[in-house]
Design a protein around this ligand. Sequence first.
Ligand code: SF4
Length: 485
Amino acid sequence: MKFHIITLGCQMNYSDSARITSVLKNCWFSPVETIDDADIIIFDTCSVRQKSEDKVTWKLKEIPLTKKVWITWCMIQHTMRNAKISEKKDIPEQLKVWNFSWSVTTKEPKILWITSDEINELRKGESDIVGINHAFNPLFHSLSQKWPNIELFFRIDDTGFLPLMLKRLWYEVSYDKELTNEYSTIIPEWINSSMNSHNKTAYIPISSWCNQFCAYCIVPFARWLEKWFSVDQIVREAKIHLANGVKEISLLGQIVNKHPDFVTIIKELLKLDGLEWLRYTSPYPTYYSDELLKLHENEEKLCPHIHIPFQSWSDAVLKKMFRGYSAQQCYDFIDKIRGLKRPISITTDIILWFPWETDADFEETLKLTEYGRFDMIYMGIYSNRPWTFADKKYPDDIPYKLKHERWKRLNDLLYRISEENNKAEVWNIRRVMINEKWERWEWYGVTDNNKQIVIKWENEFELWEMINAKIDKWVVFKLEWSVLK
Ligand code: SF4
């Protein structure tokens, strides 16, 4: 069987797609590059914005009905919460359907299709049960009526049990049982086509899910509550990637630096042979320790770049968002980074158009943008997500014209700051990873401080080669090194 994964969303989804690949390869399924070549199309979905969910329905239209479709991750998980209470009442106690992923410890559970008719049967006392939760997922019912080729919804936590689900679906599978694992211990395979541009970078989740419940965010509903992976397991996975030629490791977590052993993980990984660069995303301002900042100052391989999602700089908005820090704490944090001896590039996320944001609130955001001298701001357009506090309490009250004006002012400011920052890079020597050949004598790469760079040179480079580049030109959001005569 050949499968093709369509990954939507963040790096965490890419990492999970690589885990799915690994489990399916263990079943002798083969990953392929295109929908045309595949028998099964797998959607690894995101639901952070409504737009991401819409992409799945658009994409489904392009898939011939002769091909099977499986869907996993955020989109199906938050809709599981949507199931009606009347259905919940019928669920047998031992399934603990609202959090059954935590209760499954057995290596060889019985996989059951849970339909309303089967529920009574289940009451008879099975104890090792993983449910494929079609029956409780309204999305499965609505989508599968339109697209009968949808064969499977599975929770990402159950990826390790895919071989067992496949048997239940009457696929003939053989697999190495030793490799049938609980989700967090699956070693991913970076085969997916969407990962090609990152095949010297391994994304390693060190935690998953989030307990923060920011007022606007669907993640705690879609991905559920936080768990941390062990230091040993993370180091083990990193060693496997490095032995396979990976040069850069990026640690992932919804609040990556909340891991209780985060500094230890960084220190352990920095000791590993073959590692050139270490990054992590996304940290949270209040979970930074001085020790971690010192590591940024002193450890060359820990990249001189911090991406720190502040989201807003108005105290009033931060409070409404339940972010748990004040604008002053953001200023203090920036001061600490700027106080380090090694210059660190800072990038951030801002939510644009959060409901009830006043002009005065927005001015605060502009003020701190100027202060932070950010190299990039990823502007997330506020999207109303079901289940969240903001959805229930804060109706969108910002007129379109005002939204556009604010976006433009922030964008203009960001352009100016990027120009000034990049101008200051001229004559700096930066470590660069070459990641694309554009045309003859023109190469693209990324610097240690996470900026795009164009290199113009008659020399041939290997893709993923690490070189030192002397910056001699700049444009907004890009640096250049040109050695052409
Ligand atoms: S920290 Fe807040 S914004 Fe980030 S994933 Fe958790 S709830 Fe969502």
